[in-house]
Design a protein around this ligand. Structure first.
Ligand code: 16G
Ligand code: ZN
Length: 536
């Protein structure tokens, strides 16, 4: 207790105005970096408790604010298998962080330990990393003080992408077991992906150069490093990394990156887009991916998370068929309400795969995807992955092929399961998956874009007095409160063809978001504005 008290005094939490508290949201704690020192210290305390509760397995802590501006930062906890912190524990994080004094903090800490039957003398281990934000350096010091005060083994992996940290947590905990996920080092991550990429390509060639915009974030240096592990000539791999300047923090996520491309629906202005060149953007911590090109005739064309999802589902579905496993393995596609209606129709009617809709936030999609043998999940914003169950992995290895084609399908599936990050959405791993699929199909980005036509859509952010008044149901597609609002939205939607709209409170800002889609661009815009006026 004394050690925690003394250390906590060095890392005070900045009090909020009356009635407001810090909450562990969809992305952990995220805000202006200068508010985060004390919060990160307390998250360190929770990570140590979590490790002790989880039989001393390693817990991860990642310091990043993803696509937010450079002045922000954030901190989140990664569970032993590399997935997000169990939801029940988000409340414990909130309780620790909002304790009003150092003494009360120790009280909450000890009460949690007692209630959860945690042995505070058991070993604990926390592995951590951070993105390139300068503030990360001092936040790591706060975290290290908490680990020190609680006698927790600390492993500092320094600067990493978020998905690399998730990989490292799982690799650390599975090392030396039959379920070993990979060597628990940054090099181990590159080697695993490079090897799996080679097996998945099976001698095919990449279809043209690719420009990768790294949002001036951690993805830049990491992708440059990773490229050293890939034999470029062998696969015709011609990748140009742009927006990879991490020495000027103020340009992080500035007019570039996956979030810019998705929300502005255009290519980053720098470097000047070359018509026809295949391009993609990562976000500031390299867990989101959006493809696009500027067409000399029709202008900017974007291939977002829904496109990556349907591409993966179509390719993997075909492979499962060729592998003779269609009756054995259940494939499901998980989306959120933001998924373009045309993608949902394409997946259900053309690919004949079930689509499940969950609330926004990776943890929800991940959880539902785990219920399938092969669970494909992506948010429209480009965050997602494909999960393979132990049964699926076993089937890829154990099925006796009756033909060369069946063998090829089984081997390709096994390679994809190693290539695709199983812990969380990973832009670098997803990019290689997309390249593998396009190489197999011999598709250009235009071929990919031709699979279906997106419904015109519009997203608006609406300032509201108190976003907590907005309560949703049906995976955020309908409002329960304020009373009467949903009826008004329904009426507005009925005025348009092929229309759909919903309003939900943001999980990361004090605002509401409205999404609308309809048969034409002007109708989608009009509908979005009508709904915005209803909830204003
Ligand atoms: C967080 C989520 C992201 C989601 C976004 C929605 C994770 C790792 N991140 O960034 O998946 O799309 O929140 O933000 O889950 P909003 O609630 O403000 O619309
Ligand atoms: Zn991100």
């Amino acid at each position: 207790d004394q050690a925690i008290l003394a250390a906590s005094a060095k890392h005070p939490v900045v009090p909020l105005e009356k009635g407001r508290i810090y909450t562990y949201g969809t992305a952990g704690f995220r805000m202006k970096a200068d508010l985060l020192d004390g919060i990160t210290f307390r998250v360190g305390l929770l990570a140590s408790l979590r490790s002790r509760k989880q039989n001393s397995r390693a817990i991860g802590v990642m310091i990043t604010a993803s696509h937010n501006p450079a002045a922000d930062n954030g901190v989140k906890i990664v569970d032993p298998l590399g997935d997000m912190l169990e939801q029940e524990w988000e409340h414990y994080a909130t309780a620790l962080v909002n304790a009003p004094s150092d003494e009360k903090l120790v009280e909450v800490y000890n009460r949690l330990a007692a209630d959860l039957k945690i042995d505070l003398t058991a070993p604990a281990k926390v592995v951590y990393g951070r993105d390139t934000r300068p503030s990360g350096h001092t936040l790591i010091a706060a975290l290290a003080d908490a680990l020190d005060a609680t006698n927790t083994e600390a492993v500092d992996f320094k600067i990493l992408t978020t998905p690399q940290l998730h990989y490292l947590v799982r690799a650390t905990n599975s090392e030396g077991t039959p379920l070993a996920y990979g060597t628990p080092s940054e090099v181990g991550y590159y080697e695993k992906l490079a090897e799996a990429f080679g097996r998945a390509m099976r001698g095919r060639k990449i279809n043209g150069p690719l420009v990768v915009d790294c949002a001036n974030g951690v993805g830049g240096p990491k992708l440059n490093e990773f490229l050293k592990y890939l034999p470029k000539e062998k696969y015709n791999l011609d990748i140009t990394v742009v927006n990879d300047d991490v020495l000027r923090p103020e340009i992080l996520n500035l007019d570039c990156g996956a979030d810019f491309v998705k929300t502005r629906q255009r290519a980053p202005p720098h470097p000047k887009p070359q018509p026809g060149v295949r391009s993609c953007s990562l976000d500031g911590d390299a867990d989101r991916l959006i493809y696009y090109w500027v067409d000399p005739d029709s202008g900017f064309v974007m291939l977002d998370g829904d496109r990556i999802s349907s591409l993966a589902a179509s390719f993997i579905g075909d492979l499962v068929e060729s592998a003779g496993l269609r009756d054995e393995l259940r494939i499901g596609v998980v989306q959120t309400a933001y998924a373009n209606g045309a993608s949902t129709t394409y997946i259900t009617q053309h690919l004949k795969l079930p689509v499940i809709c969950t609330p926004t936030g990776v943890k929800h999609l991940h959880h539902v995807a785990q219920g399938y043998d092969i669970g494909v999940y992506f948010e429209a914003n480009g965050h997602g992955t494909v999960l393979f169950s132990p049964d699926a992995l076993q089937a890829f290895r154990k099925t006796q092929p009756q033909s060369p084609a069946q063998k090829e399908a089984l081997d390709t599936l096994a390679a994809l399961a190693d290539l695709i990050n199983q812990t969380v959405g990973d832009a670098i791993s997803d990019m290689l998956m997309v390249e593998v699929i396009l190489a197999h199909k011999k598709w250009t980005l235009r071929d990919w874009a031709m699979t279906y036509t997106d419904l015109p859509n519009r997203l608006v952010r609406v300032e509201v007095g108190n976003k907590d008044l907005f309560q949703t149901t049906d995976a955020e597609r309908r409002l329960l409160r304020p009373e009467g609002a949903q009826e008004e939205i329904d009426q507005a939607v009925r005025k348009y063809k092929e229309a759909r709209a919903f309003a939900r409170a943001s999980g990361t800002e004090n605002a509401c978001r409205v999404y609308a889609e309809a048969a034409t661009r002007s109708e989608a815009n009009e509908l979005a504005e009508r709904v915005a006026r209803i909830i204003e």
